[in-house]
Each structure stands twice: as C-alpha cells, then as structure tokens.
Design a protein around this ligand. Structure first.
Ligand code: NAD
Length: 396
C-alpha cells in the first residue's frame, strides 16, 4: 500500500455494490479507484462519481498497479474465477458472501489466496453487524457465563425479490441457503465459537414457479457444547421485522404499506422481464439506499448463556440477567458497514485478519451444504471443515 487510504477496485457494480455505497462514500479510510463491469452504463456511472479507471474484465482490474484490494461483488458462481484473478494480481480480497457455491471452489480460493500471500475476507455479511459484535464482546467478557443455546429466526420476502433465472436454481447457488442462510450461519457460528460439529435439517421448496429452497429449519451443535436452532422462510408472508422494532434488514423503518409489495411487483412478469426489473436495483439506475437510523440486522436472535439471555436488536443488545433487565447500545456510524472497512484496513495496513477469512467462509459454506444434504438424506451430517473464531484457531 502506497497512499494513506486503502485503494479499492470493485468487481461487479450491481445490487451488492449499491448496498456498500453509503459505507464507501462515508469512510475516509478507503478510496474507490477502479472498477470492472461488463455494462458500459455502470462503468460510466462509476467514472462520473469516483473519477477512477474502469475495465470490462476483472482480469484487467487485477493488473492495475494502483489497487490494494479488490471487492468482489459479482454473482456467487463467478467468485472463484474472480478471487483467482485477484490473487494472481497480488491484490488483497474482500469477496461478498457466500465465499463460493461448491466446496471445491472454496478450497481452490483459500489455497490461491494463501499461495499469493494476500488476505481473503468474506464480507459484508451480517456477522459484521455492530449488535453481533457487541453480543460477542459480552460473551467473551465471561460476565454471563457460557453460551448454551442460540435461537435465530428470519421471515422475509427473499424468494419474491426480482431474480435472474439462475438465482432460482439451487445447483447454481440459488435459493435461500447460499444467499441468506449463510448470514445466519455466520452469526450463529460467531456466537457459539465457530466450530460446529453436526447439522440436522429440513428444507422447503414449496412454490413450483420458484423451484428452489425458500425455507429451512436446522439444528446445529458445537464443540463448545452449545446448540443452535436456525429457521428461515423467504415466502413473503409473515415478516419477522415486526419483532425487530419494525426496522428492516438494512436499518431503515418498515412501513405497513409495504406489505405484499414483493409478490405484487412480480405478478405477470416472465423471467426476462423479472431480470430486467432486477437491473433497476443496480448501480447507475438512480435508486439509492437511504441513510439508515439503526444498524442492519438479520432477524431475531436470542442467545442463552448461564446467567442471562441476550436479545440482539437493531440498536444493541437487551440483557435479561438473573435479577435485572438492561440494554447496551451498539455504535451506529454514518458508514453503516464500518466494521467491514475496519476489517479491510486492519488486514491491508496491519496484516491482522478478522474472523471472517476464506477458511471461515468455507466452514460456513460447509454448513449450507450440510443443511441441504441432511434434508435430502434425512440424516444428521457431521462437519469436518470447521474453524474457530480467532486467526490462530482459524488456521489450526
Ligand atoms: N452482503 C450483502 O448484503 C449482499 C447483498 C446482495 C448481494 N450480495 C452478494 O453479492 C453478489 C452479487 O449479487 P447481486 O445481488 O449484487 O447481483 P447483481 O446481479 O445485482 O450484481 C452483480 C454484478 O456483477 C456484474 N458482473 C457479471 N459478470 C461480471 C464480470 N465477469 N466481471 C465484472 N462484473 C460482472 C453484473 O453486471 C452485475 O452488475 C452475490 O454473491 C450476493 O450473494 C451480498
């Protein structure tokens, strides 16, 4: 790194990049200097806003000598190829979740980054949310004893947001497991010490017009002795944000008038028109995310420790201890995903890894596959690729 700010090149200027924009615009420790995108309109919008260099391919971006780190925000199934290119170019890497779709690709990516001596961070993911970090700090303080049980639940409209056809095919990374389950798995692993032992699960694919998993229930157990129940439904009926103080996933208010909008917007659209609708949510299409008043979240999460239950909220952690109920506030920054940038800066400038490394992302991906396998085979699946939460444990 040669300048003060970490110089970031972005691969993929779609929805994920849009969600990072408020953070990129508000954190002076980073500078967007280049981007790769196949669409000329996205490249032009990037040049107009950031004045940087743009390329049609990630391979060209990876050769840009003035880039310290590449943020890979391309579709899941391209992550392996793009991580490989970035590692070959000697760039540090922030790859959006999930690390990959197949475990083979995940192995390849971890090996490529380690061979090149570059940091590979998997994020953003909701495991970076400040209330999750606060809960982790409270747990590690030992004040409330060991974590015994976690309940994580989320009911959303995920399956009815506009999709490209492959996003509705499980084998290509479609469905709720790879895009949504991975957030919940990351959070639960972080709160339970990282090393899961087994998974027993059921999945649901109930809509023949969107023939991929839209729901699951999973029971995980951990080396620490803790166990966790994970439930997700993306079928756009109940909305568990009403149990999160009516705050949506991105920290904004949830209005009752929005109920049912996801399904209504898709009514009578063919797959081409649906993919077109998705592209209206992309960078340069004019729809910007609003500055949030609360932290992002991933649905209700309750952590039972020996001497307290901890309820994660969009604003912090509510503590139900033996004789006292109290609240600890989590920080809210104008750069909503500041913890992701903290991890980037620590990695690039001080060579300190966060928990969410490539090996960590591979371990969470293993849980996604275990949920699918457990449901299909009606068996408990033993896990073999897990790691702990600290850099030392991640590599042991
Ligand atoms: N962490 C989060 O909150 C979050 C939210 C949304 C998506 N994501 C993740 O981000 C990734 C992208 O999802 P999305 O919803 O933004 O998809 P998207 O389709 O909106 O965006 C992907 C972008 O990649 C571009 N692209 C395709 N091929 C490319 C190539 N060869 N080189 C460079 N760019 C290329 C596309 O033009 C598109 O703009 C997925 O892995 C998804 O899981 C994360």
């Amino acid at each position: 790194m040669t300048s003060d700010a970490v110089r970031i090149g972005v691969a993929g200027l779609g929805r994920a990049f849009m969600l990072m924009l408020p953070t990129f615009r508000n954190d002076p420790r980073i500078k967007l200097v280049a981007a790769a995108a196949p669409r000329a309109a996205s490249r032009a919008a990037f040049e107009a806003e950031f004045g940087g260099r743009t390329y049609a391919t990630v391979e060209e971006l990876a050769k840009d000598a003035d880039v310290d780190l590449i943020y890979i925000a391309t579709p899941h199934q391209m992550h392996a190829e793009h991580v490989d290119a970035a590692a070959r170019g000697g760039k540090h890497i922030l790859v959006d979740k999930p690390l990959a779709v197949s475990m083979g690709d995940a192995d390849h990516m971890v090996a490529a980054a380690e061979a090149a001596g570059v940091h590979l961070i998997v994020g953003p993911s909701h495991s970076f949310d400040p209330p999750v970090s606060l809960a982790r700090t409270l747990i590690e303080s030992g004040e409330f004893g060991a974590v015994r049980m976690v309940q994580a639940l989320n009911y959303t409209d995920f399956l009815y947001r506009p999709r490209r056809p492959e996003e509705l095919r499980t084998e290509e990374g479609g469905g709720v497991l790879f895009s949504q389950g991975i957030h919940q798995i990351d959070i639960v692993r972080l709160l339970c010490g990282g090393r899961a032992r087994s998974v027993t699960a059921q999945t649901g694919a109930w809509d023949p017009d969107r023939p991929t998993e839209g729901a699951y229930c999973a029971l995980m157990d951990f080396q620490s002795g803790a166990f966790a129940s994970l439930t997700y439904s993306g079928y756009a009926h109940f909305d568990s944000d009403c149990w999160m103080n009516d705050v949506g996933e991105l920290g904004g208010p949830k209005s009752p008038e929005g109920y049912g909008q996801a399904r209504k917007a898709l009514r009578d659209l063919d797959p081409g028109a649906e993919a077109q609708l998705k592209s209206t949510r992309t960078y340069g299409a004019g729809r910007e995310p609003l500055a949030p008043k609360h932290n992002e979240h991933f649905g209700p999460i309750l952590v039972s420790c020996d001497r307290a239950d901890l309820r994660l909220t969009p604003d912090g952690v509510e503590i139900f201890a033996d004789t006292k109920r109290s609240f600890r506030k989590a920080p809210l920054d104008p750069a909503p995903r500041k913890p992701v940038i903290d991890a980037v800066v620590a990695a690039v400038c001080e060579s300190i890894s966060p928990a969410q490394t490539g090996r960590w992302g591979r371990a969470s991906l293993e849980v996604c596959h275990a949920i699918l396998q457990s449901a299909e085979r009606r068996k408990t699946i033993l896990l073999t690729r897990q790691c702990g939460t600290t850099p030392k444990e991640i590599h042991s």
